[in-house]
Write a protein that binds this ligand. Structure first.
Ligand code: AHR
Length: 499
């Protein structure tokens, strides 16, 4: 067990030197767990090495344009992922994360989850550019789980089984969650089916209330123990588990014989709090852990959940609180922070100019003859109505505060939303579906110019004009407007001042 003095020494993370060169961390989270006698048996991160000496593969991406793959490694041993390599490889097309490598040496790599008892498969892969972040100022990417996305390893080595002890932590985006089942990371069934209470022990994050929930409106850190998300010893409500929604949230679950705990905190500052520590819920002692690993889904491949994962580990043995505290200090020192926004400022009114060579005099606009949204010529000599039809008030994303929505400047309360993958201007009906369909996450322009607007629930699809009509479109796909030709240009917009 670590002393508190050792915790401070072990807490060193990556440090950014002048010129933006990263100095590798003196210790990674898995060095800390090893020193505490509870070594990592799975260590997954697309953002950084989780051991000071690790310089192997972090993850693999595959690009749509030619189906080739690239392995992303740290810039240096113990360092941050080489995101620039991904940027270069994925320019002008879409990349998916195909493998998240296990850094622990146990070979517990996460790949596309197969079909399970609750849903068919294989699940979707995460779009590699959808969760931009920085670590001590250096660019990296997390794993963006839209509903339908999931990773799994059913054939693991070293992961806790039966009633044996384990610890788990993950860093999530506390602003990206939903009430679907089940945004999990951790121990699950090897059969992809629900094999009963106690057959899972995974971290869950979201505001689903069907099984357990905590104080406030959520999201909560809970434990998915199978046939139940638990916020404490009781099924249902446990007041000790607070709503926790830091932009970067540390979430921990650990369990041993008739004992388990939930801990959480702000991954950018401060220490952990214990939200539950005590006996197993009724019907969950002893546990029957099976030792598969899931990310973004439930044990039976339930896949209606959303979230963002940056890093996480599973240990052998029940980590001490001192070890967990040292890991939290290491996480804080890693310096996670949101990247500078590439999109228009909330509160501004803008126009969106097409960048494709055909159409640079065209702007995204509606008119009042129908609910369709198109691109059409607008100029200084256009009528006041035409100009106002092409002006958009930028609001905080209706379904995600780190993204945006577009309200018409001359039809108050009406927003751009997709439906059937076409864009319409419609009044906000207050439903969660409308909110999701009307939320767009700005990304650097797919062509290298301007800004692209990713659909919140469909991260491979961006606001696009095609035959002068507005859609959300992926680079290749089943709809005519998914055509690869000109996709980078048609999905890239210049954000101009309002007319
Ligand atoms: O325990 C909650 C969920 O219930 C599990 O993740 C899933 O396997 C089952 O549907």
């Amino acid at each position: 067990m670590l002393s508190s003095g050792a915790s401070v020494t072990l807490a060193l993370g990556g440090v950014l030197l002048a010129g933006g060169v990263s100095q590798a961390a003196a210790q990674g989270p898995c060095d800390i767990y090893a020193a505490g006698g509870t070594p990592c048996v799975a260590a997954h991160s697309t953002t950084r090495a989780l051991y000071a000496a690790y310089d192997g593969p972090l993850y693999q991406v595959e690009r749509v344009s030619d189906s080739t793959t690239l392995t992303i490694s740290p810039l240096a041993a113990g360092g941050v992922a080489d995101a620039a390599a991904q940027d270069s490889f994925c320019a002008q097309t879409t990349c998916y994360i195909t493998v998240i490598y296990d850094q622990s040496g146990h070979g517990n790599n996460l790949t596309q989850a197969p079909a399970g008892g609750a849903a068919g498969g294989p699940d979707n892969l995460a779009v590699a550019t959808a969760a931009r972040t920085t670590l001590n100022g250096q660019e990296a990417y997390g794993v963006y789980i839209a509903p339908g996305t999931g990773y799994r390893d059913d054939s693991t080595s070293g992961i806790a089984t039966g009633d044996s002890a384990e610890g788990e932590y993950a860093i999530f985006d506390g602003t990206h969650f939903d009430s679907g089942c089940c945004f999990d990371y951790g121990n699950a069934e090897t059969s992809n089916t629900d094999t009963g209470a106690g057959h899972m022990e995974a971290i869950n994050f979201g505001n689903e209330k069907d099984w357990g929930y905590g104080a406030g409106t959520g999201p909560w850190i809970m434990a998915d123990l199978e046939n139940g998300l638990f916020s404490g010893v009781n099924a249902g409500y446990n007041s000790g588990d607070p709503t926790i929604n830091y932009r970067y949230t540390t979430a921990m679950v650990k369990g041993t014989a008739n004992q388990w705990a939930i801990e959480g905190g702000n991954a950018q500052s401060g220490s952990l709090s214990t939200f539950y520590s005590g006996a197993r819920p009724s019907g969950y002692n002893p546990m029957h852990k099976e030792g598969a690993i899931i990310l973004g889904i439930g044990g039976d491949n339930s896949k209606s959940s959303a979230g963002t994962f940056y890093e996480g580990v599973m240990t052998s043995g029940y980590p001490s609180n001192a070890t967990d505290a040292a890991v939290q200090a290491n996480i804080v020192a890693a310096g996670y922070a949101s990247p500078a926004s590439v999109g228009p400022a909330v509160g501004s009114t803008v126009s969106l100019q097409a960048t494709t060579a055909c159409c640079t005099g065209d702007y995204l606009k509606h008119d009042d003859s129908d609910t369709k949204v198109v691109i059409a010529a607008v100029s200084s000599s256009s009528s006041a109505t035409t100009k106002a039809d092409a002006d958009w008030i930028v609001t905080t994303g209706l379904a995600d505060t780190s993204c945006i929505s577009f309200e018409s400047a001359n039809d108050s309360g009406q927003y751009l939303r997709h439906s059937g993958f076409e864009i319409y201007l419609q009044p906000n009906d207050g439903t969660s579906l409308f909110a999701s369909d009307a939320t767009f996450c700005p990304q650097p322009g797919n062509s290298g110019t301007g800004v692209s607007f990713e659909a919140l629930a469909y991260p491979s699809k961006y606001l696009r004009h095609y035959n002068y009509t507005a859609y959300i479109a992926s680079d290749g796909g089943s709809n005519a407007w998914d055509a690869s030709s000109l996709w980078p240009n048609d999905t890239s917009w210049l954000v101009d001042t309002a007319w």
